[in-house]
Design a protein around this ligand. Structure first.
Ligand code: PA5
Length: 441
C-alpha cells in the first residue's frame, strides 16, 4: 500500500497541469531508460531491484550477528562516510528517542566514526569506548577511503587492547567489496565476519544492503518492515506510468520544471527534529547524483519551526532562487498535553485542548501559505507516521525519483567524479606515496 502522497496545492501557481503534461514524456523516457538499464551509469543499477532480490540469507545472517553481539554490546560503532553511514543514521535517528544517548535501552546505542578527521572527536570517542562494551561495523565499498581507514585503525587498536585480538575479531564486522580493497584484505586476513556490498550498488544507494541493514537491526529496528516498505514502493514506482499517481515521477517532474525556471535550490523541510538525518541522507543522494557538469539543484535542508527563527527571514523575503519540499508527518508516535494554567500569564491558554501535533501542523500550514505568498513554490510529501515501513517507502521513493530526475537533467546520476579532487590534494599535501611532485588541482 502506498503511504506517500504528493500534495501539489501550494505549487499550482508555479507548476500547472499543462507543465506536468508537457514534461511527462521526458519523465517517462527517463524512467524507461532507468528500468531498461541503457542509460549513463547503468552498471550501478542494482538498487532498483534490491528490495525484491536481496538474498533472505543476508537478512537472517544480520539477525544472527545482532543476536550474537547485542547482549554483550552497549555501543555499536559504525565506521563509514557518505553513503556508507548516512542511510543507517537517517533511519536510526528517525526512529530512536532524541535522548537515546542518555536513556536506558535494551539495544546497543549506535555511535559514528570515519565520517570526520577531527582529532578531538576521536579523543572523545576513545574515552567513551574505555568505559563501555562495544562492537564495530567498518563499512567502505572501495575499502580504501582515508577517513574510515584512519578511524578503523584507531578503533581497532583500542578494541584489541581492551578485549585481546581474538575477541576483538569477533566484535568487528566488515562490510565491503567482495574481492578488492584494503578493508577486504584486512577482513580476510583477520577472519572478520564479512558482508558484501554488491558491485552494482553505489554508496548512496546502498542503505537497503547490509550497509544500512546491519546498523539498523543492531539498534533494535525492524529491517523486515523496512524492506517490505521499500518493496511496496518499488512495485508502484516501476509499474505506474501516470505521473500524477506515481509519487516518484511526480516529484522528479516538479523539481525539473522548477529548476528550468531558475529555482536552483531545493530546501527539504521537516517539522520533526528526528528527521534531520533523513535530510542529510537526501542531500547526499541528490547532491552527489545531480551536481555535475555545471548542473543540478543545490539540495539544502531546514528543520522547522527551529529554523524559522534563523532562516525563515531569508526564505520569506530573500532572493527567490529556491523551492521547498516539506515532509509532512500526519501522526506523532506519542502525545504530550499542554497543562492548564488559570493565571495564563504566558497567554497561551487559547491552545488548551489542542494537541502539540495540531499546533505543529498549524505552524506547518501557516508556513506553507506564508512562503507560497512570499514567492516560494512549496511541494508537500505527506506520510502517515514515521516507522520502519514508511521509512522503507520513503527511501525507495527518493532513490527512484533521483534516478529519474538525474536522467531528465541529462547527467549520470550514479557516479561522483568530483569527489576525487579534494582527495588528490589531500594526498599530495600529506605526501602519500605515488603522489610525489604532483600539482594541486
Ligand atoms: O555515494 C557514494 O558512493 C559515496 O558517498 C561513498 O559512499 C563515500 O565516498 C564512501 O566511499 P566508500 O564506501 O568507498 O568508503
Amino acid at each position: 500500500m502506498n503511504e506517500i502522497r504528493i500534495d501539489t496545492e501550494h505549487i499550482n501557481k508555479y507548476v500547472s497541469v499543462d507543465d506536468l503534461h508537457q514534461i511527462a514524456r521526458e519523465i517517462l523516457a527517463a524512467k524507461k531508460t532507468l528500468l531498461e538499464g541503457n542509460g549513463k551509469g547503468n552498471d550501478f543499477l542494482g538498487w532498483v531491484n534490491l528490495p525484491e532480490e536481496l538474498d533472505p540469507s543476508i537478512v537472517s545472517s544480520i539477525k544472527k550477528d545482532v543476536a550474537r553481539l547485542a547482549p554483550k554490546t552497549k555501543l555499536f560503532v559504525v565506521i563509514g562516510i557518505g553513503g556508507s553511514y548516512l542511510g543507517a543514521r537517517a533511519v536510526i535517528e528517525a526512529l530512536q528517542s532524541e535522548f537515546a544517548a542518555v536513556m536506558p535501552s535494551a539495544h546497543p546505542y549506535v555511535v559514528y566514526a570515519g565520517h570526520t578527521l577531527s582529532e578531538d572527536y576521536y579523543h572523545q570517542l576513545l574515552s567513551l569506548l574505555d568505559g563501555n562494551d562495544y562492537a564495530v561495523a567498518v563499512i567502505s565499498k572501495s575499502g580504501t577511503t582515508t577517513e574510515p581507514a584512519v578511524a578503523f585503525r584507531i578503533v581497532k587498536a583500542h578494541l584489541e587492547a581492551k578485549y585481546g585480538r581474538e575477541e576483538a575479531a569477533q566484535r568487528i564486522i566488515a562490510i565491503t567489496d567482495a574481492r578488492r580493497g584494503a578493508l577486504h584484505d584486512i577482513a580476510v586476513q583477520e577472519h572478520y565476519p564479512m558482508y558484501v556490498i554488491p558491485d552494482n550498488v553505489g554508496g548512496r544507494f546502498s542503505v537497503l544492503t547490509p550497509v544500512g541493514l546491519l546498523p539498523i537491526a543492531m539498534a533494535g529496528y525492524d529491517i523486515d518492515a523496512l524492506l517490505r516498505g521499500a518493496r511496496d514502493m518499488r512495485q508502484l514506482c516501476i509499474s505506474c506510468d501516470d505521473i500524477n499517481e506515481n509519487p516518484a515521477l511526480l516529484y522528479a517532474a516538479v523539481r525539473n520544471i522548477l529548476y528550468r525556471r531558475g529555482r536552483k535550490v531545493e530546501m527539504l523541510v521537516n517539522f520533526l527534529p528526528n528527521l534531520k538525518y533523513v535530510s542529510e541522507w537526501w542531500k547526499q543522494l541528490y547532491g552527489e547524483s545531480e551536481g555535475k557538469e555545471g548542473k543540478g539543484i543545490l539540495p539544502h535542508s531546514l528543520s522547522f519551526t527551529t529554523d524559522l527563527h534563523s532562516m525563515g527571514q531569508y526564505v520569506q523575503q530573500g532572493e527567490r532562487l529556491m523551492f521547498e519540499t516539506f515532509i509532512s508527518v500526519d501522526k506523532p508516535s506519542s502525545s504530550v498535553a499542554i497543562p492548564a494554567d488559570e493565571q495564563n500569564l504566558d497567554g497561551i491558554n487559547y491552545l488548551l485542548g489542542k494537541s502539540l501535533n495540531e499546533i505543529n501542523h498549524n505552524a506547518e500550514l501557516g508556513t506553507m501559505i506564508a512562503h507560497r505568498g512570499g514567492g516560494v513554490p512549496v511541494l508537500k510529501i505527506q506520510v502517515p507516521r514515521v516507522d520502519e515501513y514508511v521509512l522503507g517507502q520513503l527511501i525507495y521513493f527518493f532513490e527512484f525519483a533521483c534516478g529519474v530526475s538525474g536522467y531528465t537533467l541529462g547527467v549520470n546520476p550514479f557516479d561522483q567524479p568530483g569527489v576525487e579532487a579534494y582527495k588528490k590534494n589531500m594526498f599530495i599535501l600529506l605526501g602519500k606515496p605515488g603522489y610525489e611532485g604532483q600539482q594541486l588541482v
